[in-house]
Design a protein around this ligand. Sequence first.
Ligand code: FES
Ligand SMILES: [Fe+2]
Length: 378
Amino acid sequence: MPESARYPDYISVGPGTPTGNFLRQFWQPVYESGRLKSGRAVPLRILGEDFTLYRGQSGKAFVVDPRCAHRGALLSIGRIDGDNLACLYHGWTYDGAGQCLAQPAEQRSFASSVKIKSYPVQEYVGFVFAYFGSGDTPPFPRILAAEGEGLLESRESRRPYPFFSQLENSVDEVHFNFTHRQSTFSDVGLNDEIPEIDCKETDYGLIRYGKRTEATRISHILMPNCLYSKVHDELLGWTEHLSWRVPIDDETHSSFVAKKSTLTGDDVKKYQKRKEDARALLSGLESADIVADRILRGELHIDDMPHRPDQVMIQDLVVLRSQGPRPRRENDQLGASDKQIRLLRQMYRRELQAQAEARPMKQWRVPPDLTTSTGLSD
Ligand code: FES
Ligand SMILES: [Fe+2]
């Protein structure tokens, strides 16, 4: 097999690229629902492409092309009128399906012949999702565990390295014992021993087992780019995480994390107070990016970094940025503990190959009652 087929380009995600086309065949989170105000538009960059995201006055969200068909002004600086979007330059007005409805300065309007692209949108677990693929829109995959009672927190965080590096890190349980040696992972028994890794392909993606003497941790990858796992949070204990790794462009991605805990009532208030305290503490510290830069420049060792609430994130940031902006996967020397990395790459490779040859690709089905487990006491 030629090297290019054994090691496809997992990094380029723009329009027309194999990985970009593949990711476009699935619903992707693009924005935090709570940040998109009614009657406002914002610019959106996803998969190396620009779009306009807006929320109409009815509360419904829409994704359309970035620019006005008239003379190319950015629509994200426009005005919302009902559920329509009016360009700030000369007032051409579009509906959520991209159809031009009005050209106020034209005596003979030709609006009916003008249309910009629009994309299907859904809101779920606190995020706006959009579908950028061709053909029929696939059904939206739901996870019932993320919908039940309890506290749901949804947050986007942007990270300066490729989505595929983060996706591989999502299945890599061995790194806990090294990268996260100094973290609360030790308090809950995740760092006591190097787990024996097992994994297999499923109807929805990949199941991963991290076997330890006392317990086995079970997590999943929902193809193509979502980790579903139980994560230990310093303030919350064990929580269900749905974490989508969505490329902004080739070298930057956003992690869209929907975190579900079982907290209710007064416990939520207590947690929110602790969270405010953690936020106040963080606001007085150097930013995570600056600390990571200092570690990468050799001015600080990670083990000398004083404890801080975003410690685990900085530890990942440092190792993943250290792999370089476009890591060459063909240089990697994988061992038995990389079984899950190998499987994930094989699944991508097989699907990209089928896509290139216009053969049928696997139809992934996420069971709504899928569950995760730590095997450790909750
Ligand atoms: S550029 Fe949008 S109306 Fe003229
Ligand atoms: Fe990590």
